[in-house]
Ligand binder design. Sequence first.
Ligand code: SF4
Length: 340
Amino acid sequence: MPEQVLFTPAALEEPWGQQILQRVQALNLPVEYLKQNRITGLRGETERETYAISKRTLAVVTAPASQFKLTPIPPSADWQFHLAQGCPAHCQYCYLAGSLQGPPVIRVYANLPQILDNLAQYEKPDQPTTYEVSCYTDPLGIEHLTGSLAECIRYFGTRDRGHLRWVSKFDNVDGLLNLPHHGHTRCRFSINAAPVSRFLEGGTASVAERLQAIRKLALPVERGGGGYPVGFVVAPIMPLENWREEYTQLLDDAAAALDFDCDLTFELISHRFTPGSKEVLQEWYPNSKLDLDEANRITKRNKFGGIKYVYDKDTMKELRSFFEAAIAQRFPQAEILYWT
Ligand code: SF4
């Protein structure tokens, strides 16, 4: 629950913004009506303080025009779009560090119907087109405040070729079970070995809770579940002490949660960081045990010349072959979409 909710004038004019207002009022959250459409006043004395104030603030705004020009997001999906930017959790390796500018306030978009109306023009004429909605937020982590993820699922249920993908570290899925998704939404959960999830993922549901959530979503409708296609995103994978045992335990637990036939995929993402994300993360989490030592990594350049630090080739190879074998053994029907 946020400690304060800010509404811009433009957001209040939107019917979807009014719907969010009703939700936050029903939860008795303190609401402030801003006089302008810019969010200001969240800076504290230090970066840590700014971080703490921002993470406890939900700002309801309208998505800027730039968000209506979609960008591709390989290897996860054809396109990305956003129902919010920012996330209430506190992962010490957070992917948003360095990619979002300014204080990490949670901005949710009040003009969701327009955002959804804009998507159809990006569908390929003759084959399925996938859309990722969790690049800049954890959509399930704010669903009780917005209802926006359910609205996206309903929308994609009406499309012939459009498919939605989202990923979460939360577990509040009961409201999604009875939606008319028509198999067009893949619900994925980010999972990790116990030392990572326990010590580096603050404010999220536990991995055991996430596994129960994916079970509910994947169970057939006749058994009281959501009947959704599902997926595991194992990320960020780290060669911790005893990593084989830790990740074996994780995959055993995952297999126990999905002990029935279902449409399941895996995405495998090794830990990486950039100079920019390291700087932000060290300000946000100064006491973190997360290994951000460049000496333990090799550098990789992207096509724009940016640097990222990744594990060396041998470590990557060892991790990858472990996961491929362990997944094939436990989930022979599941497809591994990519390793990175
Ligand atoms: S759940 Fe994802 S977006 Fe949220 S803090 Fe963790 S890594 Fe960042």
